[in-house]
Design a protein around this ligand. Structure first.
Ligand SMILES: Nc1ncnc2c1ncn2[C@@H]1O[C@H](COP(=O)(O)OP(=O)(O)OP(=O)(O)O)[C@@H](O)[C@H]1O
Length: 347
């Protein structure tokens, strides 16, 4: 897709101070309280250009508040945040020309068709009539909405509305896109479609994505880096692999035909946990091929045959549970009315 016709963004990005040129989003000591309630308690972030960053946290952790501050919708009580080098408070106008924000159906008008919604957005971005039509057609095609283009959005499925909402955000060709829970409530297929669209934006156009999610799988799948937000503080940050390494729990489970075989194997693997009932041994392992080979070689050495072997590597659910002491990842979370109302004022 062409990225011409967008002088504002290119010029503004190039104007960023040299030291911050490769940093799309940064924050230092961000704080926000509502009355007595501390929502953000000193958040530090540094997100390089052209990457996907996921802010992961349970309901009420402060994810939307973070997005609202970074996208200039509300101001922080303390700390500093910059978008491509521009201060979100003192230079909010420049920040707004660089970013796109997609909340929960924030901008979509259900009484209009998909095409009308996109054309309206093109008007808001002062695109000429012909450029607006061209961009609308291009986005409808890209998001597989061409057939539904002339239908009222009220008839759309949740997945189609989300796609249209993202398409509307892209009319202005933002270089930095905030996606607040982009797949909450979507079925698995629509969620995967959305993931593909998000990833394509980064690989094809080099945009930077800041997404919030409650889904560990989503962060694992999409993000270059993940931060876990809990009670207004970042409790961990890293790649999915780094976060998974933070916690123990990786193991190989080997099942045997009878107790004699189990006892022989157990004598070899001193640190293994024995499950007599299931005739199984649980052997600590990082799941690497080298480690698996060593386990199998040691078993071969005993002359004992294993009936089955399964590898368990910790997933982000385990990480979340370890870091926050709570299970996460609801299957169909209900959208909160309060945050939806705030999100409606995003544009
Ligand atoms: N305008 C407001 N006035 C008072 N409290 C607020 C306001 N906005 C947010 N909060 C509170 O701040 C906390 C964090 O809210 P926020 O919406 O940022 O969390 P979240 O992590 O996005 O959660 P969710 O996943 O439910 O959207 C919540 O306890 C919420 O009730």
């Amino acid at each position: 897709m062409s990225t011409t016709n967008h002088p504002t963004h290119t010029a503004t990005a190039a104007a960023a101070a040299p030291g911050t040129r490769s940093t799309a989003i940064s924050a230092t000591g961000l704080r926000k309280s509502y009355g007595d309630k501390v929502v953000l308690d000193g958040i530090d972030l540094r997100i390089p250009e052209g990457t996907i960053f996921a802010l992961l946290g349970p309901n009420g952790a402060g994810k939307t508040t973070t997005v609202e501050i970074l996208s200039t919708l509300i101001t922080a009580d303390g700390g500093e945040a910059r978008i491509a080098g521009h201060d979100v408070k003192s230079d909010a106008g420049s920040v707004r020309t660089l970013i796109g924000v997609t909340g929960q159906f924030a901008a979509v008008d259900g009484l209009l068709t998909a095409e009308e919604n996109l054309l309206l957005m093109a008007d808001l971005y002062h695109l000429s009539r012909s450029e607006g039509r061209r961009r609308t057609a291009e986005l409808l095609e890209r998001f597989d909405l061409t057939e539904a283009a002339r239908k009222n959005v009220a008839t759309f499925s949740g997945g189609m509305r989300r796609k249209l909402d993202l398409a509307m955000t892209l009319v202005g060709r933002p270089r930095i896109i905030f996606l607040d829970e982009p797949t909450t409530g979507l079925d698995p297929r629509s969620r995967r479609d959305m993931w593909e669209l998000i990833r394509d934006l980064v690989t094809e156009q080099g945009v930077t994505i800041f997404l919030t999610t409650q889904y560990l799988e989503e962060a694992d799948h999409l993000a270059d880096r993940i931060a876990v937000l809990d009670h207004g503080k970042l409790v961990a940050e890293g790649t999915a692999e780094e976060l998974k390494r933070l916690i123990p729990g990786g193991h190989v489970r080997v099942r045997f035909a009878d107790e004699t075989h189990l006892a022989t194997a157990a004598a070899v693997f001193g640190i293994a946990t024995r499950d007599d009932e299931a005739l199984a041994l649980q052997i600590p392992s990082d799941g690497s091929v080298t480690n698996l080979r060593a386990i199998l070689d040691a078993l071969d050495g005993t002359g004992v045959q294993a009936e089955s072997l399964t590898v368990h590597t910790p997933d982000l659910d385990d990480v979340f549970l370890t870091l926050t002491g709570r299970q996460n990842a609801p299957t169909v979370p209900a959208p909160s009315t309060a945050t939806t109302t705030q999100k409606e004022s995003t544009r």
